[in-house]
Design a protein around this ligand. Structure first.
Ligand code: D6G
Length: 818
């Protein structure tokens, strides 16, 4: 073994060691253990470091290449990156997976145990954060000079425990054992200010004097694309007290006061805000947004100046994408830097900003469109508030020129001129960006008609659609090796970075032998899922049942409660006719509720209450089982999705912007039961109407009913099944006789039902029974399943990223295909 340190040059021949030798070297010299004492985590760290070594060369190559070629840079600013575990991703993309497995086996280690010893990096709440992670993978795969910027939260999303059926939040501590992938960059530090006041000199030049500041310190993770050639960076910022601990205070003996300052500063990157449309902890959240956005802008400008000396052309060389409004403070911050640090006048600074920034909208829910109290802004960001007023003034002049009337303009400025109480971040992001995109065709259309209607009239070319996608590496190749191997055997492995090649398996959809092999893979995946359910909940599943899965954040608009109402109705139907020819079914739920969202927590409790009754009812047996899996995360999804027969995508039409879970399921051969919402609409176009199971009202019908304020109780009266379900929930059938527990639930559903569970219930029920019957026709089911896999290629995030690169960023990338 060559123990000499490798000499870095530009070649790839730095690793004379085999991967195994390199792991053993790291076990001893980096982890400090011998084989006899190493546990699974030690091996995980040693293997990760050995893989990381191999990534670094490509990383340095990529960095040099991008600088040398002055390739246009793309910066993806996101409050969330839900990357999960990275070891398998990196092994796969570097083509080292089988070598690693062989080595681990040679050491008598269980591969899964070693891989699973890595903590999930759960630096996000849900889809938005996972999308950012898929985009990182696809930017690297398509050769975009991309960099992700976010926050290195010390605690990611809370760990969810379930006690007596209720969600209980526990702190999560993913960094406790260290993060093998990251590199601390202590030389990359920026001072981020808050508060204070602004002075102007006689020429009108402003200077902001913040009253407090924290330091943002960079931590980098390499992100390798498929085949490992192009390696981008995910740079996460960690907060640190500015300057050293106050030694005067310390020497005076007030250790606590000295330490308190430090703790306060570091709070900024302490915890991921578990927000799901319920703003809280306002000041800290706003500071988090400013913290990572400002640090990122400073960092990308520093890099810009390594190649160019003049910011006039910033937008030609740099594209910044704001993932939702969380980094929307970038608009006034970039203008501030241009004006106050680089001497630009306001108009020019605004112009450069509008050539550089782009904004992705992720929701139409009014409560989720961020707005901040103006007073809070003034207190924390006095200079930014001045600049926002200047932006509003410039915008006003533009709008008047374009013929808009005063009322309309007031409604779409960042700050309403007469009700000056809020800063509206969606409007600010829109006004300050070059392009604004929605995340599915329907959502983009609705953006134009609703939230951004007037802004769209004023800038008809600004809104553009970019339908989301998912990375085929994580969401097929890695999570479903059985199906990947089967597909590769048939059509080769070109699909891995050109997912539309999956079309080539279409002719096999009716081939008996292929159907049988495909369904054998599905059966094995169902068994893996059933084993996980047994380990985690003790419930034993019948793997001949339909595995019907709904996994996502718990929210009324996603309508887990409609699913559980249908479950109860099915339970009643089976009880009424226990000898009937029932198609066995397993209902699997998983997802977290925002800690302050009582109704969502009540839905979790109801699911668990129903599970207790149904699963212990001897009349029911294997015909129906209900499972709530605690602590849903990316790694759990990697087991649930390949093992699902049926994917629940049942949001109230018009409310789910896109969804990406829907894509992952269909790609892995689950059939979708869903509404005409988000990307389901485009999935329907791709897989064809016979292969996706759409029910319920469309977005127009939903909006019409909401306006009409139609009463749900009228419909319930006409549905004996639904009436029985409501009665049982109220009379304590599922709550040990407690008639109080679901009072709020019942009044929500029977009186307001804003998310239209009641009017959609019957068509949902009918479609479920149709699917029961279809499942009995195993060849037909298999055909549809295979066609779903074959036709989902368009939903690769590689396609999405190429489309962003062409239509928004104007940035070079590798084209797909050979
Ligand atoms: C990443 C990759 C590494 C590079 C470093 C600094 O960690 O190879 O040296 O970024 O790059 P700049 O931030 O100076 O571009």
């Amino acid at each position: 073994m060559n123990a000499m340190p490798h000499k870095i040059d530009d070649t790839r021949e730095l690793h004379e060691d085999s991967l195994g030798e390199s792991v053993l070297r790291h076990l001893i010299y980096s982890v400090g253990k011998d084989k006899a004492h190493a546990d699974a985590r030690d091996w995980n760290v040693a293997l990760s470091l050995a893989v990381r070594d191999r990534m670094v060369e490509g990383w340095i190559d990529t960095t040099r290449r991008i600088y040398k070629n002055k390739q246009k840079r793309v910066y993806y600013l996101s409050m969330e990156f839900m990357i999960g575990r990275m070891l398998e991703d990196n092994l796969t993309n570097l083509g080292l997976l089988s070598e690693a497995k062989t080595f681990l086996k040679s050491q008598n280690l269980d591969v899964t145990t070693v891989i699973n010893a890595e903590q999930d990096a759960a630096l996000g709440n849900g889809g938005l954060g996972r999308l950012a992670a898929c985009f990182m993978d696809s930017m690297a795969t398509t050769g975009v000079a991309g960099m992700g910027y976010g926050i290195r939260y010390q605690h990611g999303i809370f760990r969810q425990a379930v006690e007596d059926g209720w969600q209980v939040e526990e702190p999560e501590d993913w960094l406790f054992a260290g993060n093998s992938w990251e590199f601390r960059r202590p030389e990359v530090v920026y001072e981020i200010g808050f508060g204070g006041h602004v002075t102007h000199d006689e020429d009108g030049k402003a200077t902001w004097h913040p009253s407090e500041s924290v330091q943002a310190v960079a931590f980098d993770m390499p992100i390798a694309g498929w085949e490992g050639d192009h390696v981008n960076t995910l740079r996460l910022w960690s907060a640190r007290q500015s300057g050293m601990m106050n030694l005067d205070t310390f020497n005076d003996g007030d250790f606590m006061a000295a330490a308190r300052q430090q703790v306060l500063a570091e709070t900024i990157s302490k915890v991921l805000y578990p927000g799901d449309h319920t703003p809280q902890g306002r000041e800290l959240r706003l500071k988090q947004e400013v913290f990572f956005t400002s640090a990122s802008l400073h960092d990308l400008l520093r890099r810009f100046f390594a190649n160019y000396d003049n910011l006039d052309t910033l937008g030609d060389h740099v594209a910044v994408q704001l993932n939702d409004t969380h980094p929307a403070i970038a608009v006034p911050e970039l203008i501030r830097i241009l004006m106050d640090d680089h001497g630009y006048d306001f108009d020019h600074a605004l112009k450069i900003t509008r050539e550089t920034l782009h904004y992705t909208n992720h929701t139409l829910l009014p409560e989720a469109l961020e707005k901040w109290p103006r007073d809070l802004f003034e207190q924390i960001l006095p200079r930014h508030l001045q600049i926002i007023n200047m932006i509003d003034g410039a915008f006003y002049r533009e709008a008047i020129e374009k013929g808009l009337d005063h009322h309309i303009i007031a409604g779409i400025q960042a700050i309403h001129p007469h009700q000056q109480d809020w800063v509206r971040m969606g409007n600010l992001a829109f006004i300050g960006s070059r392009k604004v995109n929605g995340v599915s065709a329907l959502h983009t259309e609705l953006m134009k008609q609703t939230v951004f209607h007037d802004l769209h009239t004023m800038y008809p070319d600004k809104i553009i659609n970019q339908t989301n996608g998912v990375t085929p590496r994580r969401w097929l190749l890695e999570c479903n090796p059985g199906l990947s191997d089967l597909v590769t055997e048939q059509i080769g492995d070109g699909w891995i970075d050109d997912l539309e090649q999956l079309k080539e398996i279409e002719p096999l959809a009716t081939d008996a032998d292929f159907q049988q092999r495909y369904m054998a893979v599905k059966a094995a995946n169902k068994q893996r899922l059933a084993d996980m359910v047994k380990t985690r909940t003790g419930v034993i599943l019948n793997s001949d049942a339909i595995f019907d899965v709904q996994i996502k954040r718990i929210h009324e608009y996603k309508r887990q409660h409609m699913n559980i109402l249908e479950t109860i109705a099915l339970y009643n139907a089976i009880k009424a006719n226990p000898d009937g020819d029932w198609q066995p079914r397993v209902k699997i739920f998983a997802g977290k509720a925002a800690p302050s969202y009582f109704f969502a927590k009540l839905i979790i409790k109801l699911i668990n209450d129903v599970a207790k009754v149904v699963n212990n009812d001897p009349d029911i047996g294997d015909k129906l089982k209900v499972v709530f899996l605690p602590n849903y995360n990316v790694s759990m999804a990697e087991i649930l999705i390949p093992g699902a027969d049926l994917s629940e995508q049942i949001s109230t039409a018009g409310f789910e912007a896109s969804g990406t879970g829907n894509m992952k399921f269909a790609l892995n051969g689950a059939l979708t039961i869903g509404t005409l919402d988000g990307a389901n609409v485009e999935m329907l176009e791709h897989v064809d109407a016979e292969n996706i199971f759409i029910f319920g009202m469309n977005a127009d019908e939903v909006a019409e009913r909401q306006h009409r304020r139609a009463r749900p109780s009228e419909i319930i009266k006409t549905s004996p099944a639904l009436q029985q379900v409501m009665t049982q929930i109220g009379d304590g059938t599922f709550s040990d006789g407690d008639t109080d527990r679901y009072r709020d639930f019942l009044s929500n559903v029977t009186e307001h039902d804003y998310f239209q569970v009641v009017p959609d219930f019957q068509s949902y029920w009918d479609m479920q029974r149709h699917l029961d019957a279809l499942y009995g026709q195993s060849e037909k089911w298999a055909e549809k399943t295979i066609l779903n896999t074959a036709r989902m290629g368009w939903f690769s995030s590689d396609r999405t990223i190429r489309s962003y690169a062409d239509q928004i960023w104007r940035a070079p990338h590798k084209t797909s295909g050979p």
